[in-house]
Design a protein around this ligand. Structure first.
Ligand code: MSP
Length: 510
């Protein structure tokens, strides 16, 4: 089945930062990995442009809302190519086809009797753009925004979400992989153990006009979450676009823990009311802090993607993000931590292995793949470890365990470096009687590099592309084709490329 993978659509009230970049890099890596693993992939991201928050941000910037959302949306779109993130679609909730889909869905759910009009008196958090329950408050404040919610009394439209509570519980229980990692699934089930309130899905135009008008009552606009979640279907041509049904069947969403509730509760019940199947999976990651502190504009520690790329290059940043964070848990970013990974894992381990091996092939084998003789125990051990690594890597990547996948690759990189030291090809090269042994050692190293390169492609596309070129490989081959020993054609040219990961000194980042 093909994969339709989404990121959240990001609010345009702030510029892209490290947190958004992580989500984008994970989604891009998973897309590339799945293509390598032989699946068709459609990867969508975009921007969320309606609601209070956006209207306020535009006003604060002294801009027309439309100009403002165009400007910030473009900043998100432009943030991804330098990180080598290549989505297939970039959706904006101000796109006319999205607006049409939202209105069509509202009308349909209304006609079916799942939307009703009622009085509401509740505690409204502007930051969350929703009414909070007393229970959610900590010391009378919203725990996410640390502000006291306002008491708001008004008439509004409601989505009868409570009707679908039992169905949702049953669905989550019957599909253990529906929400992962498990801690988030448990969190959702625990939330659902209490009665589920209906969802207020409108805002009076008198209070907020920057939104999608309700098709059945022009005095109201649509609540931003009801609007935003629909991007996941409107972006692939809901209701009857030529690819819609096929893509939707393979839908998987990626989010961070901050927006678990809308994705795990609002969205599946909305889909049920729309008569659509639920998405296949929801993948939830943790939060990045910076130097162990929450990232915030007021603290002034917001890390920008363009600064990370300028300082370290896209490949290093992608590797760092995927290697450092255990998917699902929080992690802390610091320049020191990036430098440590760059200098130790990339410059020392991977960069050295690659440069040393290719230099020896150039010096001792006329820059061509040498024909191996019989393998001894040590060669077989490296061969078996490299082949097993690719299998383990595949298993971890399929499970979204990026850290473990990369650890498996680095285990083999370490082994290969020790293999070089132990076999000392420079000594073998001095003795003509050892020519066959030398050829075998170099060939074993090149084959190991080929398998390592294959694993690194989804994570470090630029560096892996250069490595593939140096080894004379076709960069597009699938994992299954590569997962064999002895594929490099004997006599094939090896090109010693540039040093991909020079060490970076603390003071003078690249
Ligand atoms: N617009 C909504 C999402 C609607 S989806 C139908 C929204 N936007 S957001 O701009 O606030 O983005 C939230 C998402 O950005 C998180 O779920 C996560 O993907 C990413 N991150 C923002 N800050 C983050 C960290 N500090 N750490 C990790 N990811 C974070 O919510």
């Amino acid at each position: 089945m093909s994969l339709y993978l989404t990121t959240p659509i990001f609010y345009v009230n702030a510029q892209p930062h490290l947190g958004h970049a992580y989500t984008a890099v994970v989604a891009d890596t998973v897309s590339r990995f799945n293509r390598l693993d032989g699946r068709k992939v459609f990867f969508q991201t975009g921007t969320d442009e309606h609601g209070d928050k956006i209207a306020q941000a535009a006003a604060a910037a002294g801009a027309e809302v439309r100009d403002y959302v165009d400007r910030i949306s473009a900043m998100f779109r432009d943030a991804w190519p330098p990180l080598l993130v290549e989505p297939d679609n970039f959706i904006r909730t101000t796109d006319p086809q999205h607006i049409a889909a939202v209105q069509q869905i509202l009308q349909q759910v209304y006609d079916r009797g799942d939307i009703y009009f009622s009085d509401y008196d509740g505690l409204y958090c502007k930051g969350c753009e929703r009414f909070l329950t007393e229970k959610e408050l900590v010391d009378g404040k919203c725990p996410d925004h640390l502000t006291a919610p306002e008491q708001v009394a008004e008439q509004n439209y409601f989505f009868a979400m409570g009707r679908y509570q039992q169905w949702l519980i049953d669905h989550i229980k019957a599909n253990p992989e529906f929400i992962t990692p498990e801690r988030y699934r448990n969190e959702v089930l625990s939330f659902l153990s209490e009665p589920l309130d209906d969802l207020c899905i409108s805002r009076p135009v008198s209070r907020l006009s920057w939104g999608i008008p309700l098709p059945f009552d022009q005095r109201f606009v649509t609540y931003v979450w009801f609007d935003a979640l629909i991007n996941y279907v409107s972006g692939i041509g809901y209701p009857d676009g030529p690819n819609f049904a096929r893509r939707w069947a393979g839908a998987e969403h990626l989010i961070a823990k901050d927006i678990l509730k809308p994705h795990a509760i609002f969205w599946p019940t909305m889909l049920k009311a729309m008569g659509l199947e639920p998405y296949r999976r929801l993948h939830v990651h943790g939060y990045w802090n910076v130097n162990e502190t929450k990232m915030s504009k007021s603290i002034g520690n917001v890390v920008r993607p363009e600064e990370m790329v300028a300082a370290y290059g896209a490949d290093t940043i992608r590797y760092f993000l995927l290697r450092e964070m255990s998917f699902g848990l929080d992690s802390s970013y610091s320049d020191e931590a990036v430098l440590a990974r760059r200098n130790s894992d990339l410059a020392n381990d991977l960069g050295n292995l690659f440069a040393r091996s290719l230099t020896m092939v150039k010096n001792f084998a006329e820059a061509r793949v040498p024909a191996p003789g019989p393998l001894n125990d040590e060669d077989r051990e490296l061969r078996d470890a490299a082949l097993a690594m690719l299998e383990e890597y595949r298993r971890h990547m399929r499970a979204w365990s990026f850290r473990q996948a990369l650890e498996a690759v680095w285990e083999v990189i370490g082994r290969a470096n020790r293999y070089i030291v132990h076999n000392a090809p420079w000594e073998l090269a001095k003795d003509p009687a050892q020519a066959e042994r030398l050829a075998t050692v170099l060939n074993t190293l090149l084959e190991t590099l080929r398998l390592i390169n294959c694993a690194l492609r989804p994570v470090m596309p630029a560096a892996a592309g250069k490595m593939a070129l140096a080894l004379g490989l076709e960069p597009e081959t699938e994992l299954a084709t590569q997962q064999k020993w002895g594929l490099l054609p004997v006599g094939g040219a090896i090109n010693l490329g540039e040093n991909m990961f020079p060490r970076i000194k603390t003071k003078d980042k690249k």
